[in-house]
Design a binder for this molecule. Structure first.
Ligand SMILES: CC[C@H](C(=O)O)C(=O)SCCNC(=O)CCNC(=O)[C@H](O)C(C)(C)COP(=O)(O)OP(=O)(O)OC[C@H]1O[C@@H](n2cnc3c(N)ncnc32)[C@H](O)[C@@H]1OP(=O)(O)O
Ligand SMILES: [Co+2]
Length: 133
């Protein structure tokens, strides 16, 4: 595991919350991107080395829709940058962590991603991200 790649924040509207975070961080949203396979519309802001990913549900089956219905807006996950996501999946499985997808899938911002169940990480949803080169 390398650095924290981004903090995911579940929101009702990436437009409305993007405007708030642009003022908060004094930096513009630099990218919005839909990940249809995940049922999410994402918006990214970066302040120094720190990246925030705002996440809006694009359908009722979206994990973000379920999260918002249950918990409302707030921090959704912590994403870590990894060099070799396949090796990390294998290592985490061997360590007994529950992987939500054992094959990397295409995420936002040109990444391969996988997720570790929050129950395996004391209530925190963990995402692993490997840059697609
Ligand atoms: C990939 C695009 C983008 C990127 O960065 O590239 C993204 O980050 S997309 C982010 C959205 N996608 C995902 O979150 C995929 C992984 N998530 C899942 O598979 C589900 O959301 C899952 C399994 C975490 C929860 O789904 P489930 O249907 O089980 O929902 P429940 O409400 O029944 O939850 C069960 C249990 O887990 C707790 N929970 C749910 N979500 C979270 C969370 N984000 N953080 C912490 N805990 C979470 C929930 O409260 C339930 O706990 P319980 O004690 O049983 O009430
Ligand atoms: Co993410």
């Amino acid at each position: 595991m390398n650095k924290i790649e981004h903090i995911g924040v579940a929101v009702n509207s990436v437009k409305l919350v993007g405007d708030i975070y642009q003022k908060l961080l004094n930096t513009p949203v630099y990218k919005t991107e839909e990940v249809a396979t995940e049922g999410v519309l994402t918006a990214f802001l970066q302040s120094g080395p720190n990246k925030i990913e705002l996440l809006e549900a694009t359908n009722h089956d979206s994990p973000i829709a379920k999260f918002l219905a249950k918990k409302g807006e707030g921090i959704h996950h912590i994403a870590f940058e990894v060099t070799d996501i396949v090796a990390e999946i294998k290592r985490l499985k061997a360590e007994g962590f529950v992987l939500l997808n054992e094959t990397p899938k295409i995420g936002a911002d040109n990444k391969l991603v996988c997720f570790v169940h929050p129950k395996s990480a004391s209530g925190v949803l963990i995402e692993l991200c490997q840059e697609i080169i």
